[in-house]
Design a protein around this ligand. Structure first.
Ligand code: SAM
Length: 337
């Protein structure tokens, strides 16, 4: 079966980038309200009937896998608020060709669910955490929960899901004085802390303009606060982060810089939104509706043909400016950030 799959011409876009990675948003809902991501009152949620069922997500992934997609990341919104997620992981793990299933989570519900997820076939987890201080956590995420996230990190390490990646959005005046403390976590634990430049989305544009810290500044501040870092090759994959480490450290520090640098030439990914739209670039407005064909009975090959056709509208690169939301930008929670 795998031989057959590999004989098919793998998915690539018109700039010869192989597309091997699909990020799947399983819900647009979230149990946090991070200041840079979602309004405190939430967003108009997608009605339940509009959200892809597990069978539908499985059908899309099977089609993608049949033409070369190998890695899946479940995201959201907060994926762990979607009921019975381990059942979806189990379905995906059975799809021929899929060899990596990962999860992006805020970690609040992780300690409760990690053993079922790992047993179902989850291989890796990224946890978002912007501060190590409980009072700041409540201010940034607008919900309490630091202790639960920290417990989630420990449980994921204990479940053998190393290395854990921690994603931290850096904001001037809110958590930028914790860069050194986060970096210190990597000295004796297999943790990769990735500092992310804040992106302009929805109504965060003023905050973004005022609080934005560039990746270059982040690295300089870490060197001053915690010691010199050396560039390293990061943990597998073709991701957007550039990695650095303290000599001899168990983990590493990464920076993700959608504004100050871009990494589009190595882009290997597309996204599936919770309501079944194929999104070709996080920031572009090119989306293709897969839900309608799915619900009209499209076969695996039909869906694969739509994937191939979509490659012609995958943009070459994105462009972001300080304080200006990208055109047609949806909340990252809707797209699957
Ligand atoms: N709830 C999951 C989580 O917390 O990882 C998955 C979805 S969340 C939208 C994915 C990532 O996007 C998180 O690391 C979050 O911090 C990041 N994010 C959301 N809005 C952002 C923004 N405006 N700029 C940079 N990163 C952002």
């Amino acid at each position: 079966m795998i031989d057959l799959i590999e004989r098919v011409v793998p998915l690539a876009d018109q700039f010869s980038r192989a597309i091997t990675y699909l990020r799947v948003s399983v819900t647009d809902r979230c149990n946090l309200r991070c200041v840079y991501c979602m309004p405190e009152a939430g967003l108009p949620w997608i009605p339940k009937a509009g959200i892809l069922a597990f069978e539908e997500i499985e059908a899309v992934i099977a089609a993608a896998a049949s033409i070369g997609v190998r890695s899946i990341r479940l995201t959201g919104g907060e994926p762990l608020v979607r009921r019975d997620l381990p059942q979806l992981v189990e379905r995906i793990a059975r799809i021929p060709g899929i060899d990596d299933i990962a999860l992006s989570t805020n970690g609040l519900l992780l300690a409760d669910q990690i053993s079922d997820l790992a047993a179902a076939g989850l291989r890796r987890v990224n946890i978002s955490l912007d501060t190590l201080r409980a009072d700041r956590f409540a201010a940034i995420a607008r919900r309490p929960g630091l202790e639960r996230v920290l417990a989630g990190i420990d449980t994921a390490l204990a479940a053998g899901l190393a290395p854990i990646k921690l994603n931290c959005v850096v904001m001037r005046g809110q958590n930028d004085d914790e860069l050194g403390a986060f970096a210190e976590l990597t000295r004796d634990r297999p943790i990769f802390v990735r500092f992310i430049e804040m992106m302009p989305v929805l109504d965060n544009v003023e905050l973004q303009r005022d609080a934005y810290v560039s990746a270059g500044e982040m690295l300089e501040r870490i060197a001053v606060d915690a010691g010199a870092l050396v560039p390293i090759v990061g943990p597998g994959g073709n991701g957007p982060a550039r990695y650095y480490a303290f000599p001899g450290a168990a983990g590493a520090v990464g920076v993700i810089s959608p504004l100050s640098h871009d990494y589009c030439e190595t882009c290997n990914r597309v996204r599936l939104s919770a309501d079944g739209r194929l999104r070709l670039c996080l920031f572009g407005d090119n989306e293709i509706d897969l839900r309608t064909p799915l619900r009209e009975g499209a076969s695996r090959d039909d869906l694969a043909a739509i994937f191939r056709g979509s490659m012609y509208v995958k943009p070459e690169r994105h462009h972001l400016d300080l304080g200006k939301p990208a055109s047609a930008m949806r909340a990252l929670s809707e797209i699957g950030g």
